[in-house]
Design a protein around this ligand. Structure first.
Ligand code: CMC
Length: 392
């Protein structure tokens, strides 16, 4: 049956052609649909970037207005879907809760099941962009025992999410525009990253012609892992650990270099970037600005900076071309904004959502798409005769 290439982890195998995102890992370049991430971070906003990723072009003013209005109309959850959150323990991790809730959207919107029904793909796209922030906020509310808040559609997407997360029915919630802008910026920076683990998962599941909700629910679970999106929480746990042990950064770095089991410098290294992650550069600046603005002085930020400096001047990291990635400083910002560590990866999922949707749609429309079905190199037993139970 021919020759099979063995490439564990797909280090060198292109799984698809794609026109969405360009990365040059050696030069530290990232572009969405041709636009440099730095320009989008400075001048665009998350809704516009979502439109760009999904439809391929920046929207005109009318297109943007229309897109925003459609999303606003779909922020409510079905009342029965709200009861869904009662089925989980109070201290449940919000990532599996979110993935299950997105999976459940297929049962509430059964019109979504045919992946080739274009008007319904359009509707599922809008439903996801509108409802996932509501679902995420409710997962948080459930975990702290507070009542769910209905969306307020006079607000923008990020502002609405902040209010549903931190607001209370009894008192007005003041949205700090700088907090909203910081979160919007982080969402832009997370919005796509070509064939990463979760996006490849979305495409692989979708290649079986499973619908958008099912594919994205699977993507959320791929993002959960600590080597992928879960790294943003893991970085904070690591920094807390170093602080608890007296703040000895050099000692921690030595443990990493000795390859102690389970000890990695979280938030460092990347399969594609062999240079400073362009997103991390922007995020590092934002961390400084937002912490200063909020008047938060966080010892963990000092530890993170010392850790980065130590690693970047150490041969182990230099030789392996390990630099801070997107997850290194994000947790410090999320923490300053008031999110608990467990919730950080949910914020990554909110940001990555338009990228997943764009890839699923590109996959389903591409005539070259075939069901994803990797081959293997068999390493098991040679043929042998069955032995009866009494003779083993
Ligand atoms: N700390 C210490 N050593 C590392 C690290 C790290 N963070 N990352 C890679 N290495 C070493 C690794 O031990 C190996 O050394 P050697 O050649 O001596 O065996 C070498 O560098 C190459 O590493 P690899 O594991 O083959 O690289 P990979 O491309 O398979 O893994 C990675 C990429 C991101 C999973 C890995 O760098 C890692 O585990 N980083 C920490 C977790 C993390 O921050 N993940 C977030 C990734 S960025 C965005 C996202 O997806 O969320």
């Amino acid at each position: 049956t021919g020759y099979i290439t063995y490439d564990p982890g797909f280090v060198n195998t292109g799984s698809t052609a794609s026109a969405i995102t360009f990365i040059d890992g050696d030069a530290g370049i990232l572009r969405y649909r041709g636009y440099p991430i730095e320009q989008l971070a400075e001048r665009s906003n998350f809704i516009e970037v979502s439109y760009l990723l999904i439809y391929g072009e920046l929207p005109t003013a009318t297109q943007l207005e229309d897109f925003t209005t459609k999303i606003r109309r779909h922020t409510l959850l079905h009342e029965d879907l709200k009861r869904f959150f009662d089925g989980f323990p109070r201290d449940a991790h919000p990532m599996p809760v979110l993935s299950s809730a997105v999976s459940a959207l297929s049962t509430f919107y059964q019109d979504s099941l045919n992946p080739f029904d274009e008007p319904n793909v359009e509707l599922s796209t809008v439903r996801l962009l509108a409802k996932v922030p509501t679902l995420a906020a409710y997962a948080y509310k459930k975990s702290v025992g507070q009542p769910f808040l209905y969306p307020d559609n006079s607000l923008g997407l990020v502002e609405n999410f902040l209010r549903m997360t931190f607001g209370l029915p009894a008192e007005p919630y003041e949205i700090d525009p700088e907090v909203a802008r910081a979160l919007d910026l982080l969402f832009i920076l997370h919005a796509d990253h070509e064939q990463n683990c979760s996006t490849s998962t979305v495409r692989l599941v979708g290649s079986s012609e499973a619908n958008l909700f099912a594919s994205i629910s699977a993507g959320i679970m791929a993002l959960f892992g600590p080597l992928h999106g879960g790294a943003n929480s893991a970085v904070l746990d690591m920094l807390e650990g170093i602080k608890a042990e007296g703040g000895d950064v050099a000692r921690f770095v030595t443990r990493v270099k000795n390859k102690e089991k389970g000890v990695r410098l979280m938030g460092f290294g990347h399969r594609v970037y062999k240079n400073y992650d362009p997103r991390a550069k922007i995020i590092k600046r934002t961390a400084d600005q937002i912490l200063a603005k909020l008047g938060v002085s966080d010892q963990l930020l000092d530890i993170a900076k010392e850790l980065e400096e130590t690693a970047l001047s150490d041969d182990y990291f230099v030789q392996r071309k390990l630099y801070p990635n997107v997850d290194f400083y994000t947790g410090l910002i999320y923490r300053a904004l008031g999110f608990p560590t467990k919730f950080f990866t949910v914020l990554f999922a909110l940001g990555r959502l338009p990228g997943w949707i764009a890839h699923w749609r590109e996959m389903i429309q591409d005539p070259a798409t075939k069901i994803g079905r990797p081959r293997q190199i068999y390493t098991g037993e040679k043929p042998r005769e069955y032995v009866g139970l009494g003779e083993r």
